[in-house]
Write a protein of this length. Structure first.
Length: 260
């Protein structure tokens, strides 16, 4: 048994059901990872606040839904290219995105936070492109590093947080006991789980899928940094990035940035 990103991992020869999820490391080895499914998910120590909070707490998730599914957006967001078909479920194995030398640099002047970017096998996204999108979002001067309180660095090994892009079924399992209904995303322990369906399709609040992706990364990573959900403070004004914008804007305008 070893530790990866604060979670005990076991070298696995195969995947059984949706139990432990598996990542495929750069050397080809496979390791079982992820929180236990079900209502008894363990508490995780909050890295930033220094306190223990339940992994299922409202402050740690994007948007738990009482409904088993969420209808697709009623508008047609602007697509980057043809929208790929996203499988509803996958094998539960993940590829860790590789890095160039420049991508190993720390961005920001605050407390350093490390993260991996991983994509579930069978999800039809270009791995390097997804990693670049995440990196650029977190490094943007309007992002979480803007106030000097945080610094971020992507790695390919042990990390504070794992940003994973997963099929709807795998998202639901990794986010349990939260109800993500096959269409939502979450932060659970050291996992920042981005639903591949949302990555491809966006949400009704955003005409641009690219802008929605920036929101999704910043919102869920914001939970990882200890930020709770917010409401629309001023109708007609910009929404806080911690507003559940996937569900709606509450009278505010869409905003993907912590410090716009």
């Amino acid at each position: 048994m070893a530790m990866l990103g604060g979670i005990a991992v076991i070298v696995a020869a195969s995947v059984v059901g949706v139990g432990p999820f598996v990542i495929e490391a750069m050397n080809g080895s496979r390791q079982a990872v992820g929180p236990a499914a079900g209502p008894t998910a363990p508490a995780e120590a909050d890295r930033r606040a220094g306190q223990t909070t339940p992994a299922s707490g409202e402050a740690q998730v994007q948007e738990a839904s009482p409904s088993p599914s969420v209808a697709p957006p009623t508008r047609n967001p602007v697509r980057l290219r043809a929208t790929p078909a996203i499988p509803e479920r996958g094998p539960g194995t993940f590829r860790i995105a590789a890095q160039t030398v420049s991508e190993r640099e720390t961005v920001g002047a605050g407390e350093s936070v490390t993260y991996t970017v991983e994509i579930e096998h069978g999800v039809p996204f270009d791995q390097a492109a997804v990693a670049r999108s995440v990196d650029r979002t977190l490094a943007d001067p309007r992002g979480w590093t803007a106030n000097g309180g945080e610094a971020v660095r992507r790695v390919t090994g042990r990390a504070d947080f794992r940003i994973v892009v997963a099929t709807p079924a795998t998202t639901d399992a990794l986010c349990a006991p939260l109800d993500t209904g096959g269409r939502l995303s979450c932060r659970n322990g050291n996992l920042v789980v981005l639903n591949a369906w949302r990555w491809a399709n966006g949400a009704d609040a955003y005409r641009s899928v690219a802008q929605y992706r920036r929101y999704l990364v910043n919102h869920e990573f914001g939970h990882a940094l200890g930020n709770s959900h917010r409401d629309c403070d001023e109708p007609g004004g910009l929404a806080s990035v911690m507003v559940q914008q996937t569900k709606g804007l509450q009278g505010c305008r869409a905003n993907p940035w912590p410090f716009p």
